[in-house]
Design a protein around this ligand. Structure first.
Ligand SMILES: NC(=O)c1ccc[n+]([C@@H]2O[C@H](COP(=O)([O-])OP(=O)(O)OC[C@H]3O[C@@H](n4cnc5c(N)ncnc54)[C@H](OP(=O)(O)O)[C@@H]3O)[C@@H](O)[C@H]2O)c1
Length: 308
């Protein structure tokens, strides 16, 4: 196979790093990257110039403004605007500059709040969204639709995937803006270090969530880039979920915190359950490999070594 050139947008993020690690191990791939400081993808002219100069043959769009419940609900304007701009620029100029294949990353949180479980791809847009992340979800839905329309109208091989909650090395461990799993790692780590008697956690612990290690996600993206051509998005998940309480107990165990867990049920829980139906991607021959406790263990090691 002749060398192909892949642009991994957002290669310093959780997903982008994992994609970079994976593609770097594969023969015949030249990887193109730009940091956010080198190329702001919300900048139309800079993004156009990048595509015209670099002419990648393949693109995975893993650059986005991403955050946890609090950041998503407090900054709806920024989540909507910033993500629309990034994806509009990347998708439009990828199409204009002859990119052969593009993968757009949606998210399981863009499905309706009360979607039947497990969530099938066709439930997208079937009822109201979760209000706390509506801005982010609307942007992602627009990106997914843009890829679909480019395929239908201009024959572009642009595909979309819907990953479940992800975790792994290079995650965001900042308590103000992080997702639940890295937030738990930091909270338990700090509580153990400070010898705190207890840790306070948001909500009741009852919601059920699915967690996929980002190295599994990277394998799934690679498989889709190689073998999937359709205007229908594909869920990427484990096919199994845990309660937040069970998750907290796994993290507590991995970190070795021996104090008490105190649940603040006055704080919002969010969607009661979010489990993806993964039969479409399983039928393509991909399955998640990394067990949750093992993935959390290696992620915690990474956190300790990097103290982000
Ligand atoms: N994390 C999850 O659980 C999850 C679940 C489902 C789907 N996804 C999807 O996966 C994708 C990647 O998420 P992630 O968790 O890897 O996010 P992340 O860790 O925050 O990484 C996003 C990357 O995008 C870069 N970026 C943001 N704005 C940019 C801009 N204007 N120009 C250039 N680069 C920009 C960031 O750079 P800076 O840090 O320098 O701003 C960062 O390197 C997103 O589309 C997200 O929706 C994530």
């Amino acid at each position: 196979m002749a060398t192909q050139k892949i642009y991994i947008a957002g290669h310093r993020g959780l997903v982008g790093c994992a994609l970079h690690r994976l593609y770097a191990q594969k023969a015949d791939w030249e990887i193109v990257t730009r940091t956010h400081a080198e190329l702001d993808l919300t900048d139309v002219n800079a993004t156009r110039a990048f595509f015209e100069t670099e002419k990648p043959s393949h693109v995975i769009l893993a650059a986005a403004k991403v955050g946890g419940i609090r950041a998503n609900s407090e900054y709806q304007v920024e989540f909507l605007l910033h993500n629309l701009r990034i994806q509009n620029n990347v998708i439009e100029f990828a199409a204009a500059c002859g990119v052969q294949k593009l993968l757009f990353l949606g998210s399981s949180c863009i499905y309706p709040k009360l979607a039947p479980q497990p969530i099938k791809e066709e439930y997208l847009l079937s009822s109201s969204l979760e209000p706390t992340n509506e801005g982010y979800a609307l942007a992602k839905i627009a990106g997914l639709k843009l890829c679909q329309y480019y395929r239908r109208q201009y024959g572009k091989d642009f595909i979309s995937a819907m990953p479940t909650n992800l975790y792994g090395p290079h995650d965001n461990f900042d308590l103000q803006s992080s997702h639940v799993l890295p937030a738990l790692i930091r909270k338990f780590h700090e509580a153990r270090t400070n010898q705190s008697p207890s840790v306070n956690l948001w909500g009741t612990g009852a919601p059920r969530r699915e967690f996929l290690h980002v190295d599994d996600l990277a394998e799934a993206c690679f498989a889709l880039m190689e073998n999937y051509e359709s205007d229908q998005p594909v869920n990427i998940g484990v096919g199994d979920d845990v309660t937040i309480k069970e998750l907290a107990e796994i993290v507590q165990d991995v970190v070795g915190f021996e104090g008490e867990l105190v649940w603040d049920s006055s704080m919002p829980d969010g969607t009661p359950r979010k489990l993806l139906d993964v039969s479409r991607i399983n039928a393509l021959g991909w399955k998640a490999r990394i067990p949750l406790a093992e993935g959390i263990k290696t992620t915690y090691q990474w956190f300790v070594e990097n103290q982000v």
